[in-house]
Design a protein around this ligand. Structure first.
Ligand code: NAG
Ligand code: NAG
Ligand code: NAG
Ligand code: NAG
Ligand code: NAG
Length: 344
């Protein structure tokens, strides 16, 4: 018995309005900036509207901006600059009462409420609204600002998002970790958020930006190696006979890196590269061995009692100057001989 008034009510509503949206819910249409979007509007009667008038407007200004007008096939003269060349309707859909439009290359300025109306058949004066939400969701960028053996200070930047994102640092179990108060600024419609967190564990951390309104989540990860213990040195034999290279990539505190012979005697070597990045040292050294044998490169961090050797690298074929003669010495010997010959 209670169903009857309800049915009657909805009957009244439908006949008075004569209009419903394709999806009868009032949920907004969501699109990411630069993408194209369809704003739906259909007559529930499905009657042919090829020879009718319908107008799309955008709310928020007085007078409201004209987005698109269809007047039995003639072009609109009042279309707002903002929408010129970007809006089209679906001619083949008109005979089914479909007055939907397509807006190309949406921008954040397109955010807002739009109305679709049929001024002639619409007796009630009620217009139909749809909310368009245009989102911008740039990927966060993450940096390790500073670190010691015990902690690392991570920073996440989200540049130019809309709507305002919630930014969080997560650990690899997807748990939110404590962080500082986010710094938020705004430029035009866009939000800029910076979030710092101090972490004390070796882990893969993730900065997550969430925009509930547009059902969007995006993240960027960063690995933190806290203890800084030097990794196993990486050794290679170079093309020049007897030349060996050793790399230690990422250690804190700064290690001593040396080439050792079979008797653990340190060989003379030269530093090819030294750099520090995010508190970690990157070291490359080179040595020239003059005797066949097996050698190792060793990284030592006295402060943390850590020493790690490379795997052995064995050299069978060394430079001809078996006495450890340098090229310069060899050259002077040759010139000496030439000098002696010339003087004869
Ligand atoms: C109206 O036309 C558009 C474009 O072809 C389509 O996406 C939409 O589903 C149509 N609406 C209805 C109610 O058929
Ligand atoms: C919108 O883009 C689609 C495909 O990207 C294109 O077919 C259509 O002509 C464009 N509409 C306008 C009004 O430029
Ligand atoms: C669109 O309309 C809804 C209410 O229907 C309102 O909450 C919202 O703020 C409006 N959006 C804009 C951008 O004006
Ligand atoms: C964390 O979430 C991501 C998806 O965002 C998922 O792929 C991953 O398996 C989750 N990790 C854990 C430990 O739950
Ligand atoms: C060289 O040092 C290693 C440890 O790094 C040790 O195991 C080995 O016995 C030493 N060899 C000699 C000849 O002292």
């Amino acid at each position: 018995m209670e169903l009857l008034p309800l049915l009657f009510l909805s009957f009244c509503f439908l006949t008075l309005s004569g209009l419903t949206f394709g999806a009868e819910s009032a949920s907004p249409v969501i699109v990411m900036e630069d993408d194209d979007v369809i704003l739906p509007c259909s007559l529930s009667t499905n009657e042919n509207i090829e020879s009718m008038l319908f107008v799309w407007k955008k709310e928020g200004t007085v007078p409201r901006k004209e987005v698109f007008m269809y007047d039995a096939g003639t072009d609109s003269k009042g279309q707002d600059e903002e929408f010129k060349g970007r809006v089209s309707h679906f001619p083949e859909q008109l005979k089914h009462g479909n007055a939907s439009i397509r807006i190309n290359k949406t921008t954040l300025e397109d955010n807002g409420n739009y109305t679709c109306s049929f001024p002639i058949i619409q007796s009630s004066g009620k217009t139909f609204r749809i909310e368009l939400v245009v989102g911008a969701a740039p990927q966060p960028s993450v940096t390790n600002l500073d670190q010691t053996n015990d902690w690392a200070l991570l920073q996440c930047d989200v540049q130019g998002a809309y709507p305002k994102p919630t930014v969080e640092w997560w650990n690899s179990n997807n748990q939110t970790i404590p962080s500082e108060e986010p710094q938020v600024s705004k430029n035009g419609e866009r939000f800029y958020v910076t979030l710092k967190a101090t972490v004390r564990k070796i882990d893969r951390y993730r900065c997550v930006a969430t925009q509930k309104e547009i059902h969007h989540q995006i993240y960027k990860e960063i690995n933190v190696h806290l203890n800084g213990a030097a990794p196993k040195p990486y050794v290679t034999m170079l093309e020049t006979k007897g030349q060996l290279e050793c790399e230690v990539l990422g250690a804190s505190p700064k290690p001593t890196v040396e080439w050792w012979d079979n008797n653990n005697k340190t060989l003379h070597s030269k530093m090819l590269q030294y750099k520090e990045e995010h508190g970690l040292s990157y070291i490359t050294i080179q040595t020239t061995v003059t005797k066949p044998g097996c050698y190792r490169c060793v990284a030592t961090q006295m402060d943390i009692g850590h020493q790690i050797p490379s795997s052995k690298i064995c050299v069978h074929d060394v430079t001809r100057s078996g006495t450890g003669m340098t090229r310069a010495a060899l050259v002077s010997v040759i010139f000496g001989i030439v000098g002696i010959l010339a003087s004869v």
